[in-house]
Structure formats: C-alpha cells, structure tokens
Design a protein around this ligand. Structure first.
Ligand SMILES: C[S@@+](CC[C@H](N)C(=O)[O-])C[C@H]1O[C@@H](n2cnc3c(N)ncnc32)[C@H](O)[C@@H]1O
Length: 201
C-alpha cells in the first residue's frame, strides 16, 4: 500500500463486505472462523492470565472485539476501522471501545499495565508508520508492564496488506522491552509468533 488513505480504505472496504469475518483469515468461512476463535481463546488464555488483573489493559487493533472481552483488567479496545468498532460496541456495550485515526494513540504515556495485540502490527505495512506506532505503543506501557503480541512471521514475500516480521524485528521496534518468543503456531501454512515483552526502561 502506498499511503495511509489506501491503507485505511482497505480495512473499511473489507469490513463493509465481511463484517465480523474481517478479523479472521480471508479464506475462513463462518464455521472455520468460529472454530478458530475457540481454538485461539484456549491457546491464549494461559498467557492472558499472566497479565495484571486490576490494571489497565489495551487491546490494540481490537477489531470487532472478539478477543477483547476475554482480557483481564480494565480493558480498552482501540481500532482505526469504524465499522469494526461499531460491531464491537453493539456486541459488548459495557466495554470501552474507541475508534481513532490509526496514527495518534489517544492515551497518556504509561497508562497501561498490559498491551495485547493480535495480528495487527503485521498489517502496519508502511515502514514509517510501523516505526511511529510501535514507538507510541511502547510509551503507553508502564515500566514493568507487559506487551503480548501474536503476529505473522512467514518467510515469504510481503503481501499488499501484510508485512512479515521476525522476532528480531519486533525486538528492534520495542527497544525499551525485553521481548522473548513464547511459541510459534502455524496458521494457514504460515508461522505466527506469540511474543511477550516486559518494559525495562
Ligand atoms: C486481522 S484484524 C485482527 C483484529 C483483532 N485483533 C482480532 O484478532 O480479532 C486486524 C485489525 O487491525 C486493525 N488495524 C490495522 N491498522 C491499525 C492501526 N494503525 N491502529 C489500530 N488498528 C489497526 C484493523 O482495523 C483490524 O481490525
């Protein structure tokens, strides 16, 4: 994608066509989507359980909120796609879902004890945008806070809407964190890394 407008349009158009299925893989039908959601919740729950129960938690790029409601703490779901935030609010009216411009994170620095993000950073394809968003995201986490990420790390050429990045690239993007790989899971033939970081500076 060549600029922010094209990038935002991709997600607005896709969500207008696919609704809740937008947040899954393009190839999944309704049944596969529901089965995958259950599998992913079971997979991630032990790691979500390590996040602070009475802290502030951000689901960065929460989409329709399918995972947001399972997170511990006072949870905020943030996304730049209005259609998806509207679905999240309708499905889960008691939570805090926020729509923003995709560029400037609307929170004070060090507001969050935990940040969770699932297949979102891989979609930030413009290099300068990735640098800016990861810098801001890191600043929103308190010292000692956690960053839990699940992102596609395939060793194939980038796609129009995905930039594949390995562990090292995430470690370089979040230099104030000590980031380690928890596990790699293959989804639709592509390895996805589950990574956890603690903010040390
Ligand atoms: C594959 S979906 C995943 C949604 C959600 N994390 C989940 O797993 O259900 C990717 C999401 O990233 C969001 N997204 C892309 N760029 C973003 C940005 N700069 N800031 C916030 N959200 C973004 C899209 O709107 C979309 O909801």
């Amino acid at each position: 994608m060549k600029d922010m407008e094209e990038y935002k349009k991709y997600w607005e158009d896709r969500s207008a066509r696919q609704g809740e299925l937008t947040v899954g893989h393009n190839s999944w039908n309704n049944e596969e989507f529901i089965a995958k959601q259950k599998e992913w919740i079971n997979r991630f729950e032990p790691y979500w359980a390590t996040l602070k129960r009475d802290g502030n938690t951000l689901d960065f790029g929460c989409g329709s909120g399918r995972l947001t409601k399972h997170l511990p703490g006072k949870v905020y779901g943030l996304d730049m796609t209005k259609n998806l935030i509207d679905i999240a609010k309708e499905n889960d009216p008691d939570s805090n879902y926020i729509h923003y411009d995709g560029k400037t994170l609307p929170f004070e620095d060090e507001y969050f004890d935990s940040v969770w993000t699932c297949t979102v950073l891989q979609h930030i394809v413009l290099p300068e945008h990735f640098v800016e968003i990861t810098k801001q995201l890191g600043r929103k986490v308190k010292k000692g806070g956690k960053l839990l990420m699940f992102e596609n790390a395939a060793l194939i050429p980038n796609k129009i809407h995905i930039t594949f990045r390995n562990l090292n690239e995430y470690q370089n993007a979040f230099r104030d964190f000590e980031i380690e790989l928890i596990n790699t899971y293959v989804e639709v033939h592509e390895p996805h890394n589950l990574m956890i970081g603690t903010k040390i500076k």
